[in-house]
Design a binder for this molecule. Structure first.
Ligand code: SAH
Length: 249
């Protein structure tokens, strides 16, 4: 899969994407990455990409012309047109289902804002606009890295173990179950016996209940959208009641 970024800080991506799983994905040809410098599509001596907002106010805005020229130029390269993503706190909240959808595409161009954001007309170029959450970053580069990382780890072969991405948080609408590693007894805190039993059926059943309990505790809002059997739904209601009881008490 090919990811491209367009930003005024193209050099910030490599230090992260060349390491660890992202680095290996690039070496294996699973991730093909290129960072473009927006200043390349400016035509003045100072490579100006920003200007003051009409109507007054603090800070500077990204000018529309370099963004239009760059996105058109980049899109005209290669065979497949890229899916164009912009970032803004005003965008649609990015989540795992967005990552799963992007993972089915061949080519995605991530356009990163800076300063006070972009001239509104530039958003016309976007196939979609994502927000990472209800807070304001100084630039879209971190958002782009979050999107690339969360998508690439879903691509076949990116994680060592093919199944690793399958039973994780959000993959089935629930949070992941509790996990433990050695020692089985850490300063008196014992790992649940069932996990040491070697009984895979019992382990699976325990993990499913653990997922539901953790979701009821930390993200009860997810339970409505999760696919649960009637029995599991009753268990979830019971877990939610226990949580509420603990909160009240
Ligand atoms: N003035 C804008 C914020 C601009 S922040 C506002 O109040 O809405 C500058 C850039 O950082 C944005 O153009 C966007 O690319 C990025 N950015 C900031 N917060 C973000 C968030 N929550 N999610 C995704 N991108 C964000």
């Amino acid at each position: 899969m090919r990811f491209e970024t367009l930003s005024v800080f193209p050099q910030v991506f490599a230090p992260y994407l060349d390491e660890s799983i992202m680095g290996r994905a690039q070496r294996k040809g699973i991730l093909d990455f290129e960072a473009y410098d927006l200043r390349h599509w400016t035509h003045d001596r100072h490579n100006t990409v920003d200007d003051a907002p009409f109507g007054g106010g603090q800070g500077m805005l990204m000018k529309p012309a370099p963004i239009f020229e760059a996105v058109r130029d980049i899109a005209s390269r290669g065979d497949a047109k890229p899916h164009v993503v912009f970032f803004s706190p005003c965008g649609k909240r990015y989540d795992e289902s967005c990552a799963q959808r992007l993972a089915t595409l061949d080519r995605v161009l991530l356009v990163c804002g800076r300063y006070e954001g972009m001239d509104e007309r530039a958003y016309e170029l976007a196939d979609e606009v994502f927000s990472l959450g209800d807070y304001v970053l100084t630039g879209g580069e971190l958002a782009a890295l979050v999107v690339i990382d969360s998508v690439v780890r879903l691509l076949p072969g990116a994680l060592g173990d093919e199944k690793s991405a399958e039973d994780e948080s959000f993959s089935d609408g629930l949070l992941e179950y509790a996990q433990y590693t050695r020692p089985a007894d850490f300063e008196g805190r014992r790992v649940p016996d069932v996990l040491l039993s070697g009984d895979h059926g019992a382990v699976d059943a325990w993990r499913r209940r653990s997922s539901i309990e953790r979701t009821a505790r930390w993200r009860p809002d997810l339970l409505d959208g999760a696919t649960l059997t009637d029995e599991e739904r009753a268990f979830a209601r019971e877990a939610t009641r226990r949580e509420e009881g603990e909160c009240d008490g």
